[in-house]
Write a protein that binds this ligand. Sequence first.
Ligand code: HEC
Ligand code: HEC
Ligand code: HEC
Ligand code: HEC
Ligand code: HEC
Ligand code: HEC
Ligand code: HEC
Ligand code: HEC
Ligand code: HEC
Ligand code: HEC
Length: 305
Amino acid sequence: MKKTGKRRRCAAGLLLGGWALLLASVPTWAQSAGDKTPTEPPSQYAGSDACKTCHEAIYQNGFEGTPHFKTTLKDGHGCESCHGPGAQHIAGGGDVTKIVSFKALSREQSNSRCLSCHGESREQSHFAASVHASSGVGCVDCHSPHHANEEQYLLVKSSPQLCYGCHTAAKADFAKPFHHRVNEGLVECNDCHNPHGSATLRQTRALPSGDAVCYKCHADKQGPFVYEHVPVKTEGCSSCHTPHGSTNPRLLRVSQVNLLCLQCHTFPTLSPPSGPVHNQSQKYQACTLCHEAIHGSNFNTAFLK
Ligand code: HEC
Ligand code: HEC
Ligand code: HEC
Ligand code: HEC
Ligand code: HEC
Ligand code: HEC
Ligand code: HEC
Ligand code: HEC
Ligand code: HEC
Ligand code: HEC
């Protein structure tokens, strides 16, 4: 694979650059290591046209019209950029032991083949450290270069059905009466998550500023406010809301607003509600009727407006 070869040489170059600074006395040794050729000698590549003679259906239906046809351009290796050099496979009349078959690869091995080209793109760069990767979920569980059912992104299924296949709890959450309208196509799993992993917990996306992904669509909650409601910034939106779906209005974690507030506002941990309006009679239970600006306020320390 051409691109891998380049990258390896490049990585070796960087590494050796460091060594050269530290061990300026061994430049010849460093030089010869830097010249190490890629493991797959180019002479064994047969070219995609050769593959076409026996694998015409794949070539025409699962390659020619797909984004990966680009791998044949310039001096790319096309089919062989994923399957490895095929000269011996052809010489053997289609000897399956002489070609890289994805069926025979572990998830880790096939992931690294894909990542040899995609690993540096911003979207996929966290994949190797992602929960998906460490749980044995690989590129080919979600993508199929030849047999995609969704032309866009070569997906085996469209999202969210793709995700629901494995995430039944999420499926149940989005079926609750109050939910982000993922099934209705208004919001996508991918708006909040990067299935290729991210630098944050739960493979959630973050804004370039590092703030929670929620602000992308709920910018009015971001502030900064003169009077911040502390948990919005410290514990985040999920301390009061379930992000997927809920049986409670406003996606709240608990069924009544007062119970939510009193989870934290109980003596002695925090200032408990005080004054005549806080006797917990029915009338005062709807805390946000008065504490309207519950996500933060520029006018009032008690978020009354
Ligand atoms: C002379 C005919 C011929 C040519 C040319 C040929 N193949 Fe094959 N290939 C076969 C046969 C026969 C099989 C085994 C039957 C099958 O799975 O279709 C096979 C199987 C494969 C498999 C599947 C292995 C597996 O077990 O999953 C891959 C991948 C493959 N070929 C890739 C290539 C690539 C890449 C090229 C071009 C470098 C190529 N082939 C050229 C005949 C050929
Ligand atoms: C982007 C990487 C990639 C490229 C490029 C690629 N393949 Fe594949 N190939 C795969 C993967 C992954 C599979 C496993 C099946 C799947 O997920 O689609 C596969 C499966 C196959 C198989 C097994 C039979 C089947 O239908 O699954 C054959 C044969 C094959 N490829 C031949 C080719 C030929 C011929 C070309 C060029 C025309 C080619 N491949 C280009 C990744 C690639
Ligand atoms: C859990 C499922 C899943 C896994 C695993 C997965 N992907 Fe994706 N991938 C997706 C989905 C869904 C999209 C569409 C994203 C969107 O709609 O924004 C996508 C989009 C892409 C795209 C195009 C969008 C872009 O901007 O990059 C590439 C390229 C890609 N994936 C490569 C990979 C590679 C390489 C791997 C393995 C290292 C991989 N994917 C693993 C689900 C997955
Ligand atoms: C030799 C380099 C190379 C390898 C290896 C490779 N890809 Fe790609 N991939 C590409 C190129 C080039 C594109 C087209 C990008 C573009 O158009 O900007 C692409 C596009 C994609 C897309 C986006 C499709 C879309 O609709 O935008 C997905 C998904 C993808 N590849 C998945 C994979 C998977 C899964 C593997 C491993 C089985 C893989 N790739 C291996 C080079 C590669
Ligand atoms: C509105 C943003 C948003 C959308 C849309 C979304 N998620 Fe989430 N998801 C989150 C957040 C935030 C968490 C972390 C919750 C926590 O840590 O309490 C999470 C957690 C998860 C988890 C970890 C287990 C759990 O329930 O805590 C899985 C799995 C998951 N989401 C899958 C999905 C799938 C599948 C979809 C689409 C069907 C989806 N999510 C859509 C924001 C979202
Ligand atoms: C092939 C099965 C499979 C598919 C398809 C799949 N996942 Fe996962 N996902 C898993 C497994 C296994 C885990 C790790 C265990 C768990 O948290 O359930 C996981 C974990 C997650 C997590 C939680 C990460 C954490 O830190 O706990 C999120 C978020 C997630 N997946 C989102 C998605 C989204 C979005 C899609 C669709 C684009 C998707 N998954 C498709 C199997 C899958
Ligand atoms: C891609 C855009 C998008 C993202 C990202 C997003 N939301 Fe939303 N959210 C919406 C839309 C659109 C609605 C309107 C609900 C509707 O009418 O379906 C909504 C509604 C809500 C509601 C009110 C529900 C109701 O019953 O009125 C809450 C609470 C909420 N989101 C919390 C969050 C949290 C927490 C996050 C981050 C984990 C988040 N949202 C991320 C688009 C988004
Ligand atoms: C301290 C608890 C708490 C935190 C933390 C919190 N919310 Fe809320 N949120 C509420 C309550 C309570 C309501 C219902 C207000 C009402 O009664 O109308 C609400 C309502 C909403 C609504 C729907 C009504 C509106 O004002 O638009 C959205 C959207 C929302 N929250 C988004 C968010 C986002 C995004 C975050 C994180 C930045 C967040 N919330 C953090 C308690 C909280
Ligand atoms: C996750 C914990 C948490 C939840 C839930 C929560 N709060 Fe708070 N709240 C805090 C913290 C921490 C502070 C700042 C510490 C303080 O001043 O007591 C605060 C401050 C306040 C203040 C300002 C107090 C002051 O002295 O200026 C008001 C008013 C308030 N919260 C009302 C509410 C209401 C109403 C709810 C329910 C909708 C609620 N809080 C839910 C943690 C929480
Ligand atoms: C009828 C209107 C009203 C309702 C309903 C209400 N509050 Fe208040 N709350 C107030 C007023 C007025 C203050 C005093 C503001 C000030 O001192 O400036 C206050 C003060 C607070 C404070 C700050 C106390 C302090 O020492 O600074 C907290 C915390 C609080 N309320 C929580 C709650 C909670 C939790 C509920 C629901 C169980 C609730 N409030 C219901 C009007 C209300």
